[in-house]
Design a protein around this ligand. Structure first.
Ligand code: GLU
Length: 480
């Protein structure tokens, strides 16, 4: 078998939602699994729908997602250019060649004539008016400069069939296929033509794309046949749904990859999650690295039915990725979020990161979980009362004073250092360790719930800020 070559062919018409990205991911996984090449092609012939910056976004997204292409824009593999607007001459040449081969014809029908073909629903099906113009007629019109399009000459009385790798046999009667436009009057190709020419010239062996093309593929195959080209194999992927009725859509701003990154999802977790939307590895594993996905990828595991995008599930998986990180790895990804939460404060961000690692599912939650740090100053005497631990305001006052006194002279501001110091001070003053720890934690944070206990908070706040806070809180307690 020749080398497997797959491609991802996004159109730069907006952001990349995770359904588009999944198509690219599967094409990548399939190529890599088979030791083949993965190609990126930018399908930008629809200039009206082109969105500023969308091409750069495609590069950025693939890069972040860890989907690296072997050939594509800025990475020539001998089959370029890989951007359709840079291939314009090619389509015209091949359209003319197809006319010569009998698979296409010139059509000179004007707008008015085409409009007159509309049925009661406003749909115009071309009536093949120009299909049988004589060579002389065609030449005369071309010479006279009459505007034209080139249409596919769909053979009559055939059934066009192929075997889709996911959906099985797909067949369409040629009577149901219109003689569609391949090359427009402005010389630009339609998608219907460009995808065939490009996939052929780029040596694509497996076309992997969304099911919206499942039933038009027989039409494309007739073009391959007319050229005498070998047809590629096809794998059409069912859509990802927003809910039971609606597909994810970039027009409605659904499920944008970059939005999820901004919310604090890890790119590898998003990619892992979307791999599972429509594919299930044989051993039902969920958390997988790219390498593992490549190894496990097989077409049998691809589902025919659509899947529903479930952000909660992705959130859970993201949390699993965070939990599996070392403190150092977590600190690296969490730092920007922690920076925001402690802006202007001199605290130990690494200690805070350690507390956050198992407490958030997405990094964006860090801001809200650490908001209490900046909100210090909302003194509330009720927070110091803990019946079970037998802490009332008097005990709290004593406990905070004892902790403050002991910690002021402490040099070794480490976990053991702080712990031993506070415990010893509690004992010497006839208080229980728990009573001092509890009061100290509230005094340090002014918060009922914190991501760590007294010791952890003291380490995160470091000595100077801890002492300052204990002083402020003790003064407020003494006013009670
Ligand atoms: N540009 C098309 C799209 O974004 C590509 C379809 C294909 O992969 O052939 O839908």
């Amino acid at each position: 078998m020749s080398e497997v070559r797959t491609r991802f062919a996004p159109s730069p018409t907006g952001f990349m939602h995770i359904g588009n990205l999944r198509t690219g991911l599967y094409a990548y996984l399939f190529a890599k699994k088979n030791g083949g090449k993965f190609i990126l092609r930018i399908e930008d012939t629809d200039q009206e729908r082109k969105v500023e910056g969308a091409v750069e976004m495609i590069y950025r997204t693939l890069d972040k997602a860890g989907i690296s292409y072997d050939e594509g824009p800025n990475k020539d593999g001998g089959y370029g250019p890989y951007v359709q607007t840079e291939r314009m001459g090619i389509y015209k040449r091949y359209a003319e060649e197809l006319v010569r081969l009998g698979g296409a014809y010139y059509c000179f029908c004007d707008k008015e004539r085409l409009a007159s073909l509309k049925d009661e629903n406003g749909v115009a099906t071309y009536d093949k008016h120009c299909r049988n113009l004589s060579k002389e007629e065609v030449e005369a019109k071309l010479k006279a400069g009459v505007p034209y399009v080139i249409r596919q000459k769909v053979p009559e009385g055939v059934v066009s069939e192929y075997e889709d790798m996911v959906f099985g046999k797909i067949s369409v009667d040629s009577a149901d296929i219109e003689d569609g436009v391949l090359l427009k009057s402005d010389g630009l190709p339609t998608y219907n033509f460009a995808n065939v020419v490009d996939d052929h010239l780029m040596g694509i062996t497996h076309v992997i794309r969304g099911t919206e093309y499942l039933s038009s593929t027989p039409k494309y195959n007739l073009i391959y046949d007319a050229f005498g080209w070998e047809r590629p194999k096809y794998m059409h992927l069912p859509p990802i749904m927003k809910d039971a009725q609606r597909k994810l859509s970039k027009r409605y701003g659904d499920a944008n990859f970059e939005d999820f990154l901004a919310k604090g999802y890890l790119p590898q977790a998003i990619v892992n999650y979307i791999a599972l939307l429509g594919w299930c590895p044989k051993d039902n594993r969920e958390k997988m690295t790219m390498r593992e996905m490549i190894e496990a990828f097989d077409t049998d595991g691809i589902s025919k039915s659509s899947s529903i995008f479930d952000e909660q599930k992705m959130r859970w998986l993201n949390g699993e990725y965070l939990k599996a990180m070392t403190d150092e790895e977590f600190f690296e990804v969490a730092k920007p979020y922690i920076d925001g939460a402690v802006e202007g404060m001199d605290v130990d961000e690494f200690e805070l990161a350690k507390l956050m690692r198992t407490r958030v599912d997405v990094l964006g939650e860090i801001s809200e979980k650490l908001a209490f740090l900046k909100e210090f100053g909302n003194f509330d005497a009720n927070m110091y009362v803990h019946q079970k631990m037998k802490v009332d305001l008097d005990v709290a006052k004593r406990a905070v004073a004892v902790a403050l006194e002991a910690l002021r002279g402490l040099e070794d501001w480490s976990e053991d250092g702080v712990k031993e110091c506070v415990k010893a001070a509690a004992e010497q003053n006839g208080l229980k360790g728990g009573q001092v720890m509890f009061s100290m934690r509230v005094a340090l944070t002014d918060a009922a719930v914190t991501p760590g206990g007294a010791i952890e908070m003291a380490l995160a706040l470091k000595k100077r800020e801890s002492i300052r806070r204990l002083e402020v809180s003790l003064a407020k307690l003494n006013e009670q």
